[in-house]
Ligand binder design. Sequence first.
Ligand code: NAD
Length: 263
Amino acid sequence: MDLGLRGKVAIVTASSRGIGKGVARVMLQEGARVMLFARSIDELKNTALELSRETGGDVAYVQGDLTNRDDVMRLIEETRRVMGPIDVLVYNTGPPKPGLFSELTFDDWDYAVKLLLLSAVWLTKGVVNDMVKRGWGRLIYVTSLTLRQPISNLVLSNTVRLSLAGLVKSLANEYGPKGITANGVMQGYVMTDRVRKLAEDEAKRSGVSIEEVLRSMAKDIPVGRYGNPEEIGYLVAFLASDKASYINGSMILIDGGFVKCVP
Ligand code: NAD
């Protein structure tokens, strides 16, 4: 199936590694032109080089922090300057600080609201007018399964990310008539550096091997394994395509069956 993404300009945030990088890889394989955004310039350089060699696609990057509004606006201006008007926004973030309610400070909450909500608002404000002018656009928000099933030590994610479901529905209503769809992705466990690091920490704490920790974490996933970042990318690429034009205002779970409740 040709997704028709050839030549479309896509911003993918938090994309120097992990899920964002997997999404960028698939979008490039589909012929989209991709602007990466993350905090580490060295990682961005390496990722852009790797993806460009591997896919032969048009990939560039802007260094910046999602919690800084000026950086986000610079990303949008730079993308327009280098690649032209933005067709697709793939919003992904760095992970929020883990912790129980009793462990989190007011500053942690302020930061999480910037990282997990305000950055989405800034990005959307920045790109949506281009899309309205052209009568076509795709707004895709990569969030977490915590929107469906809270995880006990991820209180910031459980709470702040829920607002993205409200944002997606509001945007779907307002911009659907203008040819723009807004959808969210709620991914479950995906094998990235972050998950490896969490497993390493747990292994140290509990005195078992990393492999054992990973195996025990995967036990509750009916398909019996973690997802890989490209599997999130395939869903995102489909949502970005014309083929997904009747999907609007949806939050889509992609978790190997981990969440057991009926939607
Ligand atoms: P990761 O640590 O592997 O990658 C995070 C990326 O975000 C990196 O490119 C990093 O440079 C970038 N980043 C971090 N903070 C940033 C900031 N303030 N501004 C700009 N860029 C920033 O993480 P991941 O596993 O790919 O997770 C991506 C997102 O998905 C996170 O929000 C995470 O909480 C969420 N998530 C991950 C999983 C999983 O199993 N991996 C499951 C559910 C939700």
